[in-house]
Design a protein. Structure first.
Length: 407
């Protein structure tokens, strides 16, 4: 009997978790911890309700109880800032959500390329000492995302060479991957993510007087990417009944229903990835430009494969037509460079085809990649066991694993 692995993809905004037998997460919850203070926890009302021993919540429950809890976000751009709260968070993930015995299941956790070896040691200590897991696999997120696209019908290049565009809650990272390993010196980052798109929508709706709660997080679900904003402005003005959409929701704090009309925000919010100056004058380079810069900082012989396998990852990459516009704009940059080279050398260089891979699971591609490696024959070779930890200490988990052996 195969023992399933527990998979935790803990991001700055949301956490995806589940068992490896599932291609998609069983639970997606906000990465937040809500702690009650002693006065509230020990009040007669709380004791009568049998909740005196429950001094903290996580995820949506924490947000729903924020009137009686102090909310804490213990992740900053993918890096843990408070390990005590992280341990509490994992405790609830294991025993309240997945409801499994941590001692019986291997665990796959994800890591950001910007994390430190010391943080991987802390994570190993928590997993082996507190939860006594039998083995752990710490895999870097963009490599897992790229591994997940290998199973897409659109993917014809079954290698771990490519470029990952990871659109997270707070930042967007562009990470080149060669033979299953990231290229740290070529990584590009812009502090714009899904939270900025949501804030853009909220601010725009409130300026128009729409009754949108400040804590609503899904208002951008009707958004899409356009390559011609002026054209869509005309469409919305001429046929508002067709292009304006109604968003119905329930306020997670007051539990009251609300309804708002979403209009120009539908295509203006995702535009921040292509025109960052819409929300900040500090950033002028778009995501397509950063993709081109990242690839140009890699070795010459790898660039063709990096352009030909651009993988989308993260919830903010799920906007309609996001991948199509990304492909068109990066291709324009490449064609411009080829034209310049032809002018300088007098010889026509071979064309470079840009291909952006969009999949139905790209919003949770990191989790899907984890479920794939958990079912591979070489999974045990990628893990660090409890016995190794006891013999060598937490330093055994310092190096990042390489997935090139799985291809």
């Amino acid at each position: 009997m195969t023992i399933e692995s527990a998979i935790f993809d803990v991001g700055t905004g949301y956490t995806k978790m589940g068992l490896s037998s599932n291609p998609s997460p069983q639970y997606i919850i906000p990465t937040v911890l809500g702690e009650r203070n002693n006065t509230i926890t020990h009040s007669p009302i709380m004791k009568n309700q049998g909740l005196a021993d429950l001094d903290f919540f996580i995820g949506d429950e924490a947000i729903e109880n924020q009137k009686t809890c102090q909310l804490t976000r213990f992740m900053d751009n993918g890096i843990v800032t408070d390990w005590e709260k992280m341990e509490k968070f994992y405790e609830q993930c294991y025993f309240r959500y997945l409801r499994i015995n941590s001692e019986e299941h291997p665990v796959i956790t994800t890591d950001t390329p910007f994390n430190t070896p010391e943080n991987r040691e802390y994570l190993a200590e928590i997993m082996f000492e507190t939860f006594t897991v039998p083995k752990i696999c710490i895999a870097v997120q963009p490599v897992l995302a790229m591994f997940s696209t290998m199973f897409s019908k659109l993917q014809t290049n079954k290698t771990l060479n490519g470029t990952v565009i990871d659109c997270g809650e707070r930042v967007t990272d562009i990470i080149p991957v060669i033979d299953g390993s990231i290229v740290p010196s070529a990584i590009r980052r812009i502090p714009i993510g899904g939270a900025d798109a949501t804030k853009f929508v909220l601010d725009s709706l409130q300026e128009r007087g729409e009754p949108m709660p400040l804590n609503e997080q899904h208002s951008e679900q009707h958004c899409f990417v356009t390559s011609n904003m002026m054209k869509h402005f005309d469409f919305f003005d001429q046929r508002p009944n067709e292009f304006f959409k109604t968003y119905d929701g329930i306020n997670r704090v007051t539990k009251q229903p609300f309804s708002v009309d979403v209009g120009y925000e539908r295509f203006l919010a995702p535009e921040i990835f292509f025109n960052p100056s819409l929300i900040s004058t500090d950033f002028t380079e778009s995501v397509p430009v950063l993709v081109d810069q990242a690839i140009q900082h890699c070795s010459v012989d790898s660039r063709r494969s990096l352009y030909g396998n651009i993988c989308l990852s993260g919830g903010s990459s799920m906007f309609r037509f996001f991948g199509k516009r990304m492909e068109v704009e990066v291709q324009k940059l490449v064609n411009g460079q080829l034209a310049t080279a032809e002018k300088l050398t007098g010889e026509k260089p071979p064309p470079i085809d840009v291909k952006v891979i969009s999949t139905k699971h790209q919003g949770y591609g990191v989790f899907f990649g984890g479920s794939m490696i958990a079912s591979s024959d070489n999974f045990n070779d990628l893990c660090r066991t409890k016995e190794q930890y006891e013999e060598y200490g937490p330093a055994i988990c310092r190096p990042l694993i390489h997935l090139s052996t799985l291809v």
